[in-house]
Design a protein around this ligand. Structure first.
Ligand SMILES: NC(=O)C1=CN([C@@H]2O[C@H](COP(=O)(O)OP(=O)(O)OC[C@H]3O[C@@H](n4cnc5c(N)ncnc54)[C@H](O)[C@@H]3O)[C@@H](O)[C@H]2O)C=CC1
Ligand SMILES: O=C(O)C(=O)[C@H](O)COP(=O)(O)O
Length: 378
């Protein structure tokens, strides 16, 4: 039992946060990008997304005792500062990893159809093999595809990894899933810059659904101008919410940092923070995640003449995000940045592939490998 109610301040873009957290006390919602120290007065628990910089400037005058971010990434959180103040902290590792993997697969199958190649004939390179990259690896391998892995921190104690240079030269499709780190032995800021881009094969596809600054965006645009056969797929941008319109126009598929935006992933992220706060307060976790996930929307389709890509598009269609972001590119910068945030704030309810049961699958192992359920026979 709590001896007093806690005041909770949450980003307005956290579905079900009031339902999940109201047992601790009143929940106030605010736009995360604009939080100021004044908003933190009287707040005990702060729940954010990736757009809030949580640091001394925001928290110095506050009594906040616990900070949670409903995201995988933590580059917006000054964790040493929180530790120095004894403020509890949790992120939500893995919460939206399946959504990112499904974004990647959807984009790759779409580009494969547009360019007329069979995805299984390509070699895939994954840079950053953690929650997201590891799940992508498992799905690609389940489909029988060839996968190269690069993850120097893991390679210190594990087998099976190649150097970044080897991966860039050998892979046809390169997927970036590292965190953003600016310092240290494995810093990822501009991990992919002029030299690295120069090693790509002519027909290479490079996809970034990690953090924008992992690729030097100016270098990407420059090489994009001289090597027209390279394909770029970008969900994240170096100066978000600003988007370099020239670069976006050079990309095959663009989106406003929504690769992980499945409804399931967002609820999972919020729920993981609920569990973390319960642990922090030594309280039992009495709620269940299933209670908050929309089970009733599970759908079943007959494959019939539908291709795998068409099945994917029944759940998630990256062309919608691509179209919506492109509509904003000609706006003046301030309006374009607001539009970027609005697209994220008003994001549609997107489920994950596992919400779709497929009956009459033409290739059951492929359907399962992608992440759909096979409908029970009979
Ligand atoms: N676009 C989106 O909507 C989303 C983006 N993300 C981003 O993706 C990142 C990865 O997510 P997770 O896989 O869950 O994180 P994770 O922490 O589980 O895995 C990251 C992996 O990258 C590796 N790594 C670190 N430095 C590296 C380097 N220099 N070169 C190669 N590998 C390196 C780590 O060893 C680790 O295995 C997050 O940090 C976040 O920034 C995550 C979710 C959604
Ligand atoms: O989990 C992460 O890390 C992400 O990048 C999130 O999907 C980003 O979502 P927001 O927190 O920016 O809404």
């Amino acid at each position: 039992m709590l001896d007093r109610k806690l005041n909770i301040l949450a980003d307005e873009n956290m579905p079900q946060v009031e339902a999940i957290f109201s047992r601790f006390g009143p929940v106030t919602l605010k736009p995360g990008r604009d939080l100021t120290p004044a908003d933190l007065q009287g707040v005990d628990v702060l729940l954010v997304r990736s757009i809030t910089q949580v640091n001394e400037a925001l928290l110095a005058e506050s009594r906040v005792k616990f900070v949670g971010t409903a995201t995988i990434g933590t580059d917006h959180i000054d964790q040493p500062y929180l530790a120095s103040r004894g403020i509890g902290f949790s992120n939500a590792p893995g919460c939206n990893a399946d959504a990112v993997v499904e974004y990647v697969l959807s984009c790759l199958y779409l580009v494969a159809e547009q360019q007329g190649f069979d995805p299984k004939e390509r070699t895939y390179g994954i840079v950053g093999v953690g929650n997201v990259g590891g799940r992508l690896q498992r799905r690609l391998q389940a489909l029988g595809y060839t996968v190269l892995l690069n993850d120097p921190p893991r390679a210190r104690s594990e087998e099976g990894f190649v150097s970044l240079d080897h991966l860039l030269k050998q892979a046809d499709v390169i997927c970036l899933h590292t965190p953003l780190t600016e310092t240290g032995e494995y810093a990822t800021q501009h991990l992919i810059a002029d030299r690295e881009l120069g090693q790509l094969q002519d027909h290479a596809i490079i996809l970034n659904a990690g953090r924008g600054p992992v690729i030097d965006n100016d270098a990407l645009l420059a090489i994009g101008k001289t090597r027209p056969s390279l394909t770029f797929i970008l969900d994240v941008w170096e100066h978000e919410p600003a988007v370099n319109a020239d670069l976006a126009e050079r990309c095959a598929i663009v989106s406003p940092h929504v690769a992980g935006y499945s409804f399931d992933g967002k609820i999972r992220g919020t729920f993981m923070l609920y569990q973390a706060l319960c642990n922090y307060l030594n309280l039992p976790c009495s709620e269940s995640l299933d209670h908050f996930l929309p089970q009733s929307e599970l759908a079943c389709v007959e494959q019939g003449e539908l291709t795998t890509l068409e099945l994917m598009q029944k759940v998630f269609d990256p062309r919608i995000d691509d179209y919506m972001l492109r509509q904003t590119l000609a706006l003046p910068e301030t309006e374009q940045k607001q539009a970027f945030d609005q697209l994220r704030k008003q994001y549609r309810v997107r489920r994950e592939f596992s919400s779709l049961s497929v009956s009459g699958a033409k290739d059951p192992s492929q359907i399962e490998g992608i992440g759909f359920k096979l409908a029970a026979k009979g």
